[in-house]
Design a protein around this ligand. Structure first.
Ligand code: AMP
Ligand code: MG
Length: 409
């Protein structure tokens, strides 16, 4: 049995960043990794632009205020000015409109008064350049604006749009496939007859992949029969990451390890000192990573978070240190007799000010998904530790960074 840290190291070392590239539109580029340098085809701003609604003026005309100026033109956004502002005149401009020739500043409309006969009274002075965004002040045509390897967040997507890059090359994501195993399993739309269990793992795994931006391929359920397993495992081995749940422990019908070996998979380990989830298998075939996850739903879910998500992130080109770890004050005493495994206990984490508190929820063990619906994270008891005292600090793992209690250590 190896430790959680050793197992994670082996897995992350085996994961390679995917060396394929996709060409995607901006609606599909979010959180992807840029696979090319990006240049601008224009200056930004593309022309001297008013940043206010007001009057484009010659600043030297405004030395003695108030001063009355003749309005020669009105320039809304999207219109190009035809006239030149000369001494004693002004042009009305809207936010985003081009500044006319001759003007060197904009007076905001709040500091003006409309007079009769096309005149405007200016009530404040302005300095040269005030309220004008200069052509090219943000980006010059031909500039490199984004570098290969960048994560495309909202702001990078906005830059791609502004610089004329409606399609971009991004790293392909790992192809993930999911297989559930167990003769007892039925899909959620079926009512289980005695002895049957609804398949829930495929759906938690599917959505855990989705939350890392990956849509996996679902291979369905394999019954506990070597022939069926072999067929479905062959299909799963075509992907970059193959997630199999169930059938990896020591039962008479746990055919997954054997079938994987027969299919050419090199098993790296079959047991990890983690609770829940000890019978957890990891192997490789070529560049494909194979995870044999324990069948119990809580085990499968936690093993994904602890071991699969980091390598999924790495292979997508992101940082693999993706777990939402932090510290919290424990809300209850905790004792255990055996301490050889690192244990994950579902907790409700709450925050008041800078104080983060983790309170264990009622939990009946590794099949108790109900407990997880009441939890927003796990408390982590390291191997070797028997006792946690109420009020002491402990390590916690959040499910989601959107959680209002989330506070990294
Ligand atoms: P196994 O690892 O195959 O021995 O399964 C351990 C436990 O998890 C058994 O009670 C299974 O019925 C249950 N189980 C296995 N696969 C699933 C699944 N896909 N969804 C829900 N429970 C499962
Ligand atoms: Mg089984």
């Amino acid at each position: 049995m190896i430790s959680v840290d050793e197992a994670l190291k082996i897995i992350v070392n085996k994961g390679e960043v995917i060396d394929r590239v996709d060409l995607v539109g901006l609606d599909s580029a979010y959180e992807r990794i840029l696979a090319e340098d990006i240049y601008s085809d224009i200056d930004i701003p593309p022309f001297n632009k008013s940043s206010m609604d007001g009057y484009a003026v010659i600043s030297d005309d405004l030395v003695n205020i108030p001063v009355d100026l003749k309005v020669i033109e009105e320039i809304p956004a999207g219109y190009f000015p035809k006239k030149t502002v000369k001494k004693g005149t002004a042009a009305k401009v809207m936010t985003g409109a081009p500044i006319p020739e001759g003007a060197d500043a904009v007076v905001m409309v709040e500091n003006t008064e409309v007079l009769e006969k096309g005149m405007v009274r200016i009530l404040s002075t302005v300095k040269k350049g005030n309220n004008i965004s200069k052509k090219g002040e943000d980006v010059i045509k031909g500039d490199k604006v984004l570098t290969r390897g960048a994560v495309l967040r909202y702001q990078e997507i906005s830059m791609l749009a502004a610089t004329g890059n409606p399609r971009v090359k991004v790293l392909s994501q790992p192809r993930v496939s999911i297989l559930a195993t167990g003769t007892e399993l039925v899909e959620p739309d079926k009512v289980p007859v005695p002895g049957q269990i609804r398949n829930s793992n495929s759906y938690s795994l599917f959505t855990q992949c989705q939350s890392s931006g990956i849509i996996p391929e679902y291979l369905g359920i394999a019954v506990d029969d070597e022939h069926d397993l072999r067929k479905k495992i062959k299909k799963g081995l075509d992907s970059d990451i193959f997630l199999i749940s169930g059938g990896v422990s020591m039962g008479d019908y746990d055919f997954v390890p054997l079938t994987l070996k027969e299919s050419g998979v090199k098993i790296k380990f079959e047991k990890v000192a983690i609770k829940p989830g000890k019978p957890f298998l990891f192997g490789t075939k070529g560049k494909t990573l194979i995870f044999g996850l324990p069948g119990n739903p809580v085990s499968t879910l936690i093993i994904f978070e602890v071991f699969v998500r980091p390598v999924l992130k790495k292979m997508s080109g992101h940082s693999s240190d993706s777990q939402l770890k932090g510290k919290a004050r424990i809300g209850k005493d905790f004792n255990r007799k055996r301490a050889e495994r690192q244990e994950y206990i579902p907790v409700s984490i709450s925050r008041s000010g800078v104080e983060v508190r983790a309170t264990p929820v009622e939990f009946h063990g590794s099949a108790d998904m109900m407990a997880l619906t009441k939890a927003n994270g796990f408390l982590v008891i390291p191997a070797g530790v028997n006792k946690l005292t109420m009020g002491g600090m402990c390590d916690v793992l959040w499910f989601s960074s959107d959680d209002p209690s989330y506070m990294p250590a």
